[in-house]
Design a protein around this ligand. Structure first.
Ligand code: ATP
Ligand code: MG
Ligand code: FE
Length: 344
């Protein structure tokens, strides 16, 4: 099937066409620059930007391959989780298109889209797969029986997401929003063992009962305290070392727990997705551990890691192929859509 995917959960307005597991077009407009000076995404500004970009972005995705809406089999749109005002713009726009063109519309889970997108690069999911989702808002391990019908949360962060932790430290170090990529860049130049950073939840609650949960607020606090103490003492901050130590701690715990979960669920394939999977320290650690432990790691190329329409269209293709009925005409957005709900 040929599916148009539409994304507007946060600060990217995006549309893409996917046929089978082939990406035909992929258009992304971002309002990121408009938020930079506030140090975070301002929902009102993001919603307005979606309203402005929606028609141009969708038009371009179709025009890039000389198609019109009558040729698509279905439309998919992110129905959640995300910023309510942003979701409302994308979902309303998609409903209007679906109604006018008489196409089935699927309101999908954006976070599941982050792992679905790997199929464009690596082909269909294996029968029994484990997925690590790491983004600005989520850090979870999922067991995937059937991407269209059944995913279970195996572990999740008890506080901050990995991306959120990076963004907060980045802010303290004076980098513009989003700070994750800046930490990544500086981390490549520093010593990962320069500063002792705790590893999120290797003990405590993660012990016996919840071995695959994460916690990054302690990591964030430890790094913040260290930086603040140096500042108060009038010492300069070895930015590269701070970034390298932070990145090493976060990447290590993510990759170790992901591998442990693969063994526990007896799977040889780990699917990785979400904006933070662009992180080079995490990519490096996962490849290294995957090689050591015989786990094939599927990490999408960078432009498919961050928010895009291809992830939405790809999951839409899976739903159509599974023969699932589209969302009801009056389906709602869900800004806190739970991760085990794939379709509204
Ligand atoms: P969610 O998908 O949970 O709704 P989101 O859509 O806001 O959240 P994404 O766009 O998937 O999040 O990812 C954005 C996050 O990824 C930000 O926190 C950003 O700092 C982080 N990020 C992007 N590139 C890198 C990188 N190279 N290193 C570290 N973090 C990165
Ligand atoms: Mg974004
Ligand atoms: Fe996302």
């Amino acid at each position: 099937p040929l599916v148009l995917g539409i994304e507007s959960t946060c600060d990217e307005t995006a549309a893409a066409l996917v046929q089978g597991n082939r990406l035909l077009s992929n258009v992304v407009a971002s309002s990121m620059n408009e938020h930079a000076r506030y140090g975070g995404v301002i929902p009102e500004i993001a919603s307005r930007a979606h309203a402005e970009s929606f028609v141009p972005v969708v038009s371009k995705a179709l025009k890039d391959v000389d198609m019109d809406l009558s040729q698509v089999d279905a439309i998919a749109v992110s129905a959640g989780p995300g910023l309510a005002g942003c979701l409302a713009v994308g979902v309303s726009g998609a409903k209007a298109l679906a109604w006018a063109a008489k196409k089935p519309l699927y309101g999908i889970n954006h976070v599941i889209g982050h792992i679905a997108v790997t199929q464009l690069q690596f082909g269909p999911f294996p029968q029994n797969a484990l997925a690590l989702i790491v983004s600005g808002g989520h850090t979870s391990l999922l067991h995937v029986d059937d991407l269209a019908r059944s995913v279970q949360v195996v572990g999740t962060t008890l506080d901050d997401a990995a991306g959120e932790c990076f963004d907060k430290i980045a802010r303290l170090l004076g980098f513009p929003y989003p700070g994750g990529p800046h930490i990544d860049r500086h981390a490549r130049l520093g010593d990962p063992h320069a500063i002792a950073v705790p590893q999120g939840l290797t003990k405590g609650r993660a012990g016996a009962e919840h071995p695959y949960d994460f916690s990054f607020s302690g990591v964030k606090t430890a790094v913040a305290r260290w930086v603040e103490r140096r500042q108060q003492a009038g010492l300069d901050i070895p930015v590269d070392d701070v970034c390298a130590s932070l990145a090493d701690s976060v990447a290590t715990v993510l990759s170790r727990k992901a591998m442990a979960a693969c063994h526990r669920f007896d799977t040889d394939t780990l699917i990785v997705g979400g904006g933070f999977s662009a992180n080079s320290q995490l990519r490096g650690k996962l490849e290294e551990l995957g090689d050591q432990e015989g786990v094939k790691v599927r990490i999408p190329k960078i432009n498919l890691c961050t928010d895009n329409g291809a992830m939405v269209a790809m999951l839409g293709v899976n739903l159509v192929q599974a023969g699932l009925p589209p969302s009801a005409p009056d389906f709602s957005i869900d800004s806190a859509m739970p991760m085990d709900r794939i379709l509204m």
